[in-house]
Design a protein around this ligand. Sequence first.
Ligand SMILES: Cc1cc2nc3c(=O)[nH]c(=O)nc-3n(C[C@H](O)[C@H](O)[C@H](O)COP(=O)(O)OP(=O)(O)OC[C@H]3O[C@@H](n4cnc5c(N)ncnc54)[C@H](O)[C@@H]3O)c2cc1C
Length: 291
Amino acid sequence: MTTLVFMESVGDELSQQAVTFAGGLGGEVAAVAFDPSEAYAPAAWAQTLVALAQERSAAAVVAPGTDRGNEVLAHVAAKLDQPMSANCMTATPGDPATVVRMRWGGSLLEEARVHGAPLLLSVAPHAVAPTVPAEVLVTPVSAAASDADRVVRVSETIPASTAGVSLADADVVVSGGRGVGSAEGFSVIEELAALLGGAVGCSRAVTSAGWRPHSDQVGQTGTKISPEIYIACGISGATQHMAGCKGAKRLLAVNPDGEASIFASADYAVIGDLHEVVPAISAEIRKVRGT
Ligand SMILES: Cc1cc2nc3c(=O)[nH]c(=O)nc-3n(C[C@H](O)[C@H](O)[C@H](O)COP(=O)(O)OP(=O)(O)OC[C@H]3O[C@@H](n4cnc5c(N)ncnc54)[C@H](O)[C@@H]3O)c2cc1C
């Protein structure tokens, strides 16, 4: 049995985890990455994977559980008219195969039977340890990809405007929610984050309002963070938000509503208006530093 693994890039840790996962299915693992000069085009990449899977009679195609991994694999599933199982923690091949999938931001594990071949799986981030594959086939997009497959593609990449530390890697994250009140209101959040050498995050209420870009969103459908301290200001603590910050070592919440559910997870609670509390913390830091 051959399992084809789609790697976002050779050095990508979640793709390497997908390689380990594929190894656990038994049989040979063939890792595939696209030539970095190729613009991301999900349907065209999927068509290439379909061609490779057919050429090698692959019994399974595995991808990392990332935005791109899931998107490309969903196109593979549509092209092959087969089911796809996203966010798998474990998989046992068979007829039907059995998979355990992580759902609801990790609060639910679902065991499911999957019929059809090849088995199409994306791997939940950190379900297994990463393995660097011995060999990766770096391929251009197949000639089998049609013009229609190339219609949706990345035409330009604009670097994030946030200089410095990234949200996913930051030791300190200062986030604002709907309680911030406006895009301009984020100046106090930015100021505190800058003083602490941290990154700015936000809730989905904020990205939905257009106050911050989606790249700042923490949560189930945003970035998963694991800072030393997470300072959440004006955020109620919805399950979908908490799914993104449960890796934080410490949580400081600022909210005037003492009943807000975020306080159930908080190590430190300040019951008050963020527009008073956050500038006061910044002023105190400056005072201590003598700046
Ligand atoms: C499928 C799905 C996926 C989702 N994914 C995400 C996700 O990835 N990330 C995410 O965040 N959400 C996500 N959501 C949305 C989530 O359910 C909540 O709606 C959202 O997190 C609420 O954002 P919030 O806490 O900023 O707003 P609210 O729930 O409206 O809370 C605002 C808080 O601000 C407080 N407040 C008001 N004024 C002040 C003030 N002056 N100072 C301090 N506090 C103040 C209020 O007391 C309140 O607690 C998802 C929802 C669904 C259905």
